[in-house]
Design a protein around this ligand. Structure first.
Ligand SMILES: Nc1ncnc2c1ncn2[C@@H]1O[C@H](COP(=O)(O)OP(=O)(O)OP(=O)(O)O)[C@@H](O)[C@H]1O
Length: 358
């Protein structure tokens, strides 16, 4: 199985990190330090190399250090069974650019992340409780890494949705010319999403067996129209409403998934949500690997927050068992020498300065 490992990371002008070089040729990298020290910015640097964009919202402000004119990040990667390579990311006033050296070393599809990473943010609640759009993004991103046809299906659906909405907005009496194509496209992405979630359910249920507080929890899918109705029936039932509101009310653009208990949406504590999001990511990783995807590098932001020691240890060992490289942040150095795999490095982060500790 193809495996990537970040061997070294150079950061120049990212957030509060003016300049840092990290030797990361280890199985796990722990970054610890006070709030605002710059730990998550290191995860962000790796994410920028992998995906070419940040995972932090606009609210977090510009990523270029406020005393510098550009951000430069360089990552050297070891790759099995391929040759080592280097990725550079630059952001300045002209925009962002990424470059891989030597060129062509990875046979790269621009829509697939250059380096597979999976992230558990310090705000996992937003995935469980936030806007359904976040869950659709999660579902669609993960489905597209598992099913090559999904991206095309989604594109076709989005295009037909725009056309149908334009017809509704223009108060055309008849949307029939779009309806059959819309339903056909809707059914394709619905089938792919369902298949992915069904595939995800099994590893998720197995993984959560280790966490008795998640007993009876299940994953449910909402296709974006009422259960028990075909999409055409659901559309027929709201035609007048659609015409007066000027957009499509039922369809996969309203899809969602949620955690249920006894058939109802489950209420979860913050710690439980953190475990659930971690297990969802671990289950996605199993599915992606079964489809031949390379191992993902784990980015775990503030793993210990909200969790008791026992649950941190259980989750940690699940991440270690995947055999992938792990980057993890926390406000304090782990009090327990957790089983970090064959090799681990500890970095203390303070005001954007990183120091390796033994
Ligand atoms: N463009 C910028 N220039 C300089 N400093 C910035 C910029 N953007 C953000 N910062 C600062 O950089 C730091 C980045 O914090 P980061 O989120 O990486 O810290 P952290 O150690 O993960 O904190 P926490 O434990 O609170 O999550 C913050 O102190 C923030 O105020």
């Amino acid at each position: 199985m193809r495996t990537y490992r970040l061997v070294s990371l150079d950061i120049d002008g990212l957030r509060n990190i003016e300049r840092a070089r990290l030797d990361t040729d280890v199985s796990a990298v722990w970054l610890f330090g006070a709030n605002g020290a710059g730990k998550s910015s290191v995860l962000e640097a790796l994410y920028l190399l992998a995906r070419g964009r940040t995972y932090r919202g606009r609210k977090f402000g510009p990523l270029v250090n406020r005393d510098q004119s550009r951000t430069r990040i360089k990552g050297s990667f070891a790759s099995e069974p391929d040759a080592p390579f280097e990725v550079r990311f630059v952001q300045d006033s002209k925009g962002a650019q990424r470059e891989i050296r030597p060129p062509g070393v990875l046979d790269h599809d621009p829509d697939v992340p250059l380096i597979p990473t999976k992230l558990v943010t310090d705000n996992p609640q937003s995935l469980i409780e936030g806007d359904p759009q976040l869950r659709r993004l999660f579902l669609d991103w993960n489905t597209s890494l598992w099913n090559d046809r999904f991206k095309g299906q989604r594109y076709t659906f989005q295009r037909l949705l725009l056309q149908r909405n334009a017809a509704l907005k223009a108060k055309w009496k008849d949307t029939a010319q779009w309806d059959s194509l819309f339903v056909e496209a809707a059914q394709s992405i619905d089938e792919s999403r369902r298949a992915f979630l069904e595939g995800l359910r099994m590893p998720f249920l197995c993984l959560k067996a280790d966490f008795p507080f998640l007993d009876d929890l299940d994953l449910e899918y909402d296709p974006g129209w009422p259960h028990g109705l075909a999409l055409t029936e659901a559309m027929d039932a709201c035609r007048d409403q659609e015409r007066s509101r000027g957009f499509t009310l039922r369809g996969p653009h309203r899809a969602d998934f949620y955690l249920s208990r006894d058939g109802e949406r489950a209420s979860l504590s913050r710690g439980q949500m953190k475990v659930v999001v971690s297990l969802l990511q671990l289950a996605c990783e199993q599915l992606h690997r079964s489809a031949g995807a390379p191992r993902s590098i784990w980015l775990l932001d503030d793993l210990q927050a909200e969790l008791d020691r026992n649950h941190v240890r259980k989750l940690w060992s699940l991440f270690v068992e995947t055999g992938s490289q792990i980057f993890v942040t926390g406000v304090s150095r782990p009090s327990d020498p957790l089983d970090a795999g064959p090799s681990a490095a500890m970095f203390h982060v303070e005001h954007g300065v990183l120091n390796r500790e033994v």
